[in-house]
Design a protein around this ligand. Sequence first.
Ligand SMILES: [Mn+2]
Length: 317
Amino acid sequence: MDTQLFKKAYSLIKNANSILIVTHENPDGDAVASVCLMAEIAKQVKKTYWLYCHNSLNYQNEFLPHLDEFKNYYDNFNFDLIVTLDCGSVERTKLEKEITKRRADQLVLEIDHHPRARAYANLEVRDSTAAATTEILYHFLKINKIKINKNLADCVLTGILTDTDNFLYPSTSPETINIASEMLAAGARLPQIMENTWRNKSIGSMKAWGKALTRLKINPKYNFGFTVLEAEDVPPEITEEELEGMAGFLSNLNGVNAIMLLREMPDGTIKGSLRATKPNINIARLAATLGGGGHAKAAGFSINGKLEKTENGWRIV
Ligand SMILES: [Mn+2]
């Protein structure tokens, strides 16, 4: 990637007074770790910053730096720099109006590894071949000669592990593994990361996983695996963090082209998670026809509706 772009990005940060650091709604490990990493940089260069995510986080431990600083609101939108991380589209920040209707002196820096939906940033650092946004941020650190301390190493490794499902996805490149190795050598705490991202399941959430597994079916026409979770299958004490990785796990189903998990959310929407398991299948196109997006092998969408059981399956009403 263009080293000038990374240098420009760093000067935007160094020239800012107050920075809003944002990621997407229903954040995954890469989203959260990217924000934590950017907060660490902002702190190092002594900037005022605000960490924003539409949802509140439920991590049990402070296994990444700045996790306790996340807010799901802002006081006033007077930031002179907005950094969006891992968002895919401006809509997924849930600050679409604020960002697209910002004042001319409010700049947006976008760092992302999703294909671009529509341009909205003043400076875009995008690499859709990167396995994780934190993989791009690793290059940001290297090119700008920022020393990778334990905190930064934890962030980079967390994003890589969660977005590749522990190196399961084909987005894992030789470079991805080299970076992960370098992060371990730099002091990243692998056991703590695993305890908090993967081995974080309560018995209640394991049972919710069990419900999705029990209902798994294959559509023979398209050789497509699918399952559903109704709202009542997920008791309120189960956190989103405990359900992360479910679609990835379902994609271990042997022989199908792709899988889909439909989840009825308490807010009256249905969240669809899609995973392609064959090299020639691009699941992002199906997600896009349903108003969503993502990568060729992992994509998602959200629609309004409820799930209703029918004689031979499920339908959305
Ligand atoms: Mn990501």
